[in-house]
Design a protein around this ligand. Sequence first.
Ligand code: NGQ
Ligand code: ZN
Length: 470
Amino acid sequence: MTRLPATGAMSPQHSAGARSLFLDHAFLPDGWARNVRLTIESGCISHVAADAERGESEYVKGIALPGLPNLHCHTFQRGMAGLAERRGSGNDSFWTWREVMYRFLDRLMPDDVEAIAAHAYAEMLEQGFTSVGEFHYIHHGIDGSPYANLAEMASRIVAAASASGIGLTLLPAFYAYGGFGAAAATPGQRRFLNDPDRFLKLVAQTREAASQLPSAAVGIAPHSLRAVSPETLRAVVDATAAAPIHIHVAEQTKEVEDCIAWSGRRPVEWLLDNMPVDARWCLIHATHMTSAETQRLAASGAVAGLCPITEASLGDGIFNGPEFLAAGGQFGVGSDSNIEIDAAGELRLLEYSQRLGRRARNVMTTLAGESTGRRLFTAALAGGAKALGRPIGAIAAGHRADIVLLDADHTSFATVDRDHWLDSWIFVPGRPSITTVLVGGETVVRDGCHLHSEAITARYRATLRRLVDA
Ligand code: NGQ
Ligand code: ZN
């Protein structure tokens, strides 16, 4: 088997010395700048000068943007991308896809999860994401019994993040039941299950595993209202002080109906009425909301975790975008099922789904004359960081040097209006446009390719062949 580089291989190696870079164009917090010199020390930007001289600095060609956070990911699902696109015997739905997904994950060993995750994370870096929120729920062995180290699987996610260099926010999922009203879990869910006590031990061990990474965060992820009871949800939330709290909510109409049947309330409404939903929270999907829920969610300070490509793939529905924005709501984007990994693609489909639903254009922006691409990008940068409990991505002193460079020679960037570059990156797909990516000041992608792509891909290929062809 091709081995991945040892854990920590992509960790900052320039931490002792400084790295000084010279960029033609950079998107800074207050707008575009030319001839930008960056000083990077211990993975962080220590100094930014615009309209500067190159001097001794290393020239890095391209248009520099802060890397986007990918706020919602089930990395193992990358391994089944394209394998659930055949019609079944009845009407296919989210729920039939979930059965296929459960069958796929039922064979996964820790090595498999690590191989798939390393590959998916390397692809995320190549496609513009420099951090990821891993909503992680395959905790136990194939027969449902815990590994000797409760956080065995989490430690494999950490190893994959380390091998790829991506910034990790690990969100161990709390999963106790199979449906509303504390319904029994199904056999397909046995690898996910914990009671609150064991879950909190798992979180502690996950923190220990993640502490090996230079910039990891750990939160919690009660899977969904379907997978918890009010009491167990409260127990795990009460035990979590400052960390991010993620939960899937109101993704499918059946989930909304079942929630009303169980509680008399809609899922987002139930959460807002019963849980201390605030800026620590990220509500994943929140697809089906009334106007009142939309207003209340926006006012709560929680982030809406939107996953437009997966939501399209699974037939979820369309988020109430304009109303949420008008009420000051914050959102970020996630690659979720990883059927496609593309930061710009998520933003594009977010806007396009709004256009299709409303028969309108430039929906996810509010100001006349504003670039939709720039608005989507800056909103997802802020919302994503907030949801992942990470400092906001910015090319500015005091921020981690997580930087994505677009190919300055690409025809999409031939004209001079620089906001147009963001619109083109997002809305004019085609020839790949990302050339170089830095995380913590280290180059991890060069010429569009992850530096360890060969070893990571070989291991992924072998893993998939064994899982799928065997
Ligand atoms: C998941 N994924 O946990 O992977 C879910 C499906 C469920 C998405 N919702 C399973 N996209 O929600 O029960
Ligand atoms: Zn999900």
